[in-house]
Design a protein around this ligand. Sequence first.
Ligand SMILES: Cc1cc2nc3c(=O)[nH]c(=O)nc-3n(C[C@H](O)[C@H](O)[C@H](O)COP(=O)(O)O)c2cc1C
Length: 246
Amino acid sequence: MSSPAQTTPARVLDEILAHRRAVRQFAATPLPDEVVHRSVQRAMLAPSSGNMQFWEFYRVKTPAKKEVLAHLCLSQDAALNAAELMVVVVRKDLYRQRARRVLEETLQLAPDPQAAYLQKARLRYGKTYPMYYFMDPLGIKGIFTRLFLRLKRLTRPGVLTGSACDLRVTAHKNVALAAQTFMLSIAAEGYDSCPMEGFDGPRIRRFLGLPRTAEISMVIALGKADPHAELPPRVRLSMEEVYREV
Ligand SMILES: Cc1cc2nc3c(=O)[nH]c(=O)nc-3n(C[C@H](O)[C@H](O)[C@H](O)COP(=O)(O)O)c2cc1C
């Protein structure tokens, strides 16, 4: 760790980012409840489009349930060896409840009930977002929304979105930010993780008793890295390959 004189937020962040590796071999050390709870709370501070917070977190820690879930993660090393598993779920299907909940709390917390932003919030959460995230089973509304936006974009810049697929991308993008915040917190607490998308999503959904409309974003293996296990080298592209100034 850095000495106090060198401790700046940027250095602390560097240390956390260096610590966070995709760990697949774990020691038998259990994860303290507080570490997981604090990390979920930090994950919930992740930004989200329209502050809709489409995430849910399912912690699976009893050995019997963990074994079933590891099997649904295709029995991969990280899942089998983890002290426990966290399933990060996308609940775009709860858009009405989420919009209502965010609006209610925004209204409650606003010091000035006449503030101009409250009018906007009422419109957004009361009408715009519920309309935007509504999707009929055949996705027909999405086709018309996209067509309308395409026409609108003929004369000025505009967002081209609205299909069922676009909405899923938005929701998964949001939830992935929370998953990353969670893993960084786990690293900051001195523990380790491995995000996984090698899993059988529909079976995990059934295992958790979730409706068909819920989607699995990631399963995260958690624990303390086995100090004797060797990590692969950390391979990253160079800045020249991925960074442009325009
Ligand atoms: C969305 C996502 C899915 C991943 N799925 C798996 C997986 O199923 N199994 C696995 O062992 N690692 C998985 N990884 C971990 C990556 O392999 C790992 O992050 C990458 O190799 C870089 O290594 P590092 O995280 O140690 O820097 C996944 C990572 C992400 C972000």
